[in-house]
Design a binder for this molecule. Sequence first.
Ligand code: ZN
Length: 231
Amino acid sequence: MLSALPLTRLGPFGPRHPLPASGERGKKDTMPAVAGPEIERLIQLLARLPGLGPRSARRAALHLIKKREALMAPLTSALQTASEKIVVCGTCGNIDTQNPCTVCTDPRRDPAVIVVVADVADLWALERASAINARYHVLGGTLSPLDGIGPGDLTIDALVARAHDGAVSEVILALNATVDGQTTAHYITDLLREANVKVTRLAHGVPVGGELDYLDEGTLSAAMRSRTLFD
Ligand code: ZN
């Protein structure tokens, strides 16, 4: 099912979480084949998951085989169902099994606030933290001239259109504190000057539980610049 939101070249997961390629990739496993091609194929596919190398893929495959009824069968079914039902939300670019997505259709969320994130992993992270009860906009990555990623590769146009909707009063740029993240934040801020919305960004500074002595100079000076009233 195709969504109304133009699919970006990078997709809603951004460059950090590329969708699996069709060809065989990953680290070369030097271990000789010890099982039939079907099991070897399973291991090769598992090894392409983030955080799993050939060795842990073998362990995972063996675990699945041992728990064939209790885990492998339901996992197969869950993968199949998810694969068939996943859609990109035509409004915000989130991944879900319904369009518009669960977040966009949640009536308890503040429709006046849009949190802009680079990819779905960031949306999930903010939701895990219960950071804000707002709606989102997934860019599908960040601007990166070095990697040839320009505005047309992201869902920036759709964001600008949403920001011009009279119901929106604030756009929060929740982007990485990296050069690419901040370049993207500046670019979007410029585009939104015409829209009647407040544009804010996440604070840069001392992490919760952080010790000043261990922070780099850039973080310390950003924290000093972003100081706030003690409340
Ligand atoms: Zn949505």
